[in-house]
Design a protein around this ligand. Structure first.
Ligand code: CP3
Length: 348
C-alpha cells in the first residue's frame, strides 16, 4: 500500500500527518459526479452499474489528495435485496414500495445471498479496487441493523420515526425479529465485500441516536456487536450519529475506531475511551458552505482538540451535503495535511 496513513491510524500507530477522508466524498457537490449520474440516468442506475460506481468512487481522489476511497453504493441496497423495492422520489430521498408493517411480511423476511442479490455491489468493490491499485485503502460499508430497520419499517426517512417507535413499544418482538435478520444480512454482506477487496469496513448507525440509552444497547449496539464478532478481521469503524453519550460502550463493541458527530468534544471523547480505539471525525459539515479561510480555521480547531496522540482519522461529523463548496473541501484537505504536520513538528 503506497499510502497507509488510514491503516496506521486505525491501528493507533504514529503517522506523519493525520489521515483524511470524508463521508459521502463522492456526491452531488462535485460537478463530475452530476455528469456521470446524468449519464447513468439516476442514482440507483449509477449505483447498480459497477463501472460507473467505480468511476464516481475515484472522482474525489482525482481531485483531492484523500487518504481513503469508499465504495460507491448506498446502505439501502440490503433491504432492496430483501424485496422491499427501493426507489428515489425526485427531491424526496429514499423510499420503499413495500415497507414492513405486518407480522406476516416480517415473518417472511430473510437475509439475501450477497453473491447473488447484491452481486453488483461486489462487482463495484472489485472494479474500484482494480482502478485504485495500491494507492489508498478501500472502505466497504453497511448500514447498522437498527438504521436499516428504521427505513424498512417507516418506508422512508422521518423526523420522528413514529412507525418504528410504535413497533418498539407495542411489539418489540417484531422489531427484534427484523434486527436478527438484518444482523445476519449485514454480516454476510460485509464479509462478501471484504472477500471482493474491501480493506476496512464501516457501520453507519445514522439513527441509533433516536433511542434512549437503555434502548440503544438493546436494539442497536447489541446487534452491531454481533455483526462485528462475525466479520472477518479487517479494521472496522462504527459511527452512531447522536451516540456521544455512549462512547465507552461503542468503543468496547469490537470496533477499531469510533466515529464522532460534530456535537462531541474530541478531547473529552479521548479521555473517556482511552487509547483502546481510534477516533474519527468530527468537523461540522455545514462549515463547507463557508469561505475557505473559515474552513481552515475550523479544521485547526478540530485538530487541536484531538491532539497529536496516534489514532485520529479526520472526517466530517456526518456526510457532506450537496451544498458544500468545492473550494472549501479543497481547503479542508490541504489544511489537515499541513497543520497536522506542523503540530507534530512542534511537539518534538
Ligand atoms: O461516502 C460515500 O461517498 C459513499 C457513498 C454513500 C452513499 N450513501 C451515496 C449516496 C454512503 C456511505 C451512503 C450511506 C447512507 N445512505 C446513509 C448512512 C450515512 C448517512 O449519511 O447518514 C444513509 C442514511 C443513506 C440513505 C440515503 N441515501 C439517503 C437519506 C439519501 C438521500 C440523500 C439526499 O440528499 O437526497 C441517499 C441517496 C444517496 N446515497 C446519494 C448518494 C451520493 C445522493 C443521491 C443522488 O445522487 O441523487
Amino acid at each position: 500500500m503506497k499510502n497507509d496513513l488510514l491503516l496506521r491510524a486505525l491501528a493507533r500507530q504514529p503517522t506523519d500527518s493525520t489521515p483524511v477522508w470524508l463521508m459521502r466524498q463522492a456526491g452531488r457537490y462535485l460537478p463530475e459526479y452530476n455528469a456521470t449520474r446524468a449519464k447513468a440516468g439516476s442514482f440507483l442506475k449509477l449505483a447498480k452499474t459497477p463501472a460507473l460506481a467505480a468511476e464516481v468512487a475515484l472522482q474525489p481522489l482525482t481531485r483531492f489528495p484523500l487518504d481513503a476511497a469508499i465504495l460507491f453504493s448506498d446502505i439501502l441496497t440490503v433491504p432492496d435485496a430483501m424485496g422491499l423495492g427501493l426507489y428515489f422520489a425526485e427531491g424526496e430521498g429514499p423510499r420503499f414500495e413495500r415497507p414492513l408493517r405486518d407480522e406476516a411480511a416480517i415473518a417472511r423476511l430473510a437475509a439475501p445471498d450477497p453473491t447473488v442479490e447484491l452481486r453488483y455491489v461486489l462487482d463495484a468493490v472489485r472494479e474500484t479496487r482494480s482502478a485504485l491499485g495500491d494507492r489508498v485503502p478501500l472502505i466497504g460499508f453497511s448500514g447498522s441493523p437498527y438504521t436499516l430497520a428504521c427505513y424498512m419499517i417507516e418506508g422512508s426517512g422521518s423526523s420522528d420515526w413514529r412507525a418504528v417507535k410504535e413497533m418498539l413499544y407495542a411489539r418489540p418482538d417484531l422489531l427484534h425479529r427484523i434486527l436478527a435478520v438484518n444482523a445476519l444480512a449485514v454480516t454476510d454482506y460485509l464479509n462478501a465485500q471484504i472477500e471482493a477487496g474491501a480493506q476496512v469496513v464501516m457501520l453507519f448507525d445514522t439513527w441509533g441516536g433516536n433511542l434512549t440509552a437503555v434502548q440503544y444497547e438493546e436494539f442497536s449496539l447489541s446487534y452491531m456487536r454481533q455483526v462485528l464478532s462475525q466479520v472477518r478481521k479487517v479494521p472496522r469503524i462504527v459511527f452512531t450519529k447522536g451516540g456521544g453519550g455512549w462512547l465507552e460502550n461503542i468503543a468496547a463493541s469490537g470496533c477499531d475506531a469510533v466515529g464522532l458527530d460534530w456535537t462531541v468534544d474530541p478531547s473529552a471523547a479521548r479521555q473517556r475511551v482511552g487509547a483502546k480505539v481510534a477516533l474519527q471525525g468530527n468537523l461540522d459539515p455545514a462549515v463547507l458552505c463557508a469561505p475557505p479561510s473559515r474552513v481552515r480555521e475550523e479544521v485547526r480547531r478540530v485538530l487541536d482538540a484531538f491532539g497529536t496522540a496516534p489514532g485520529h482519522i479526520f472526517n466530517l461529523g456526518h456526510g457532506i451535503t450537496p451544498h458544500a463548496r468545492v473550494d472549501a473541501v479543497e481547503a479542508l484537505i490541504d489544511e489537515v495535511r499541513t497543520y497536522s504536520r506542523q503540530l507534530r513538528a512542534a511537539r518534538v
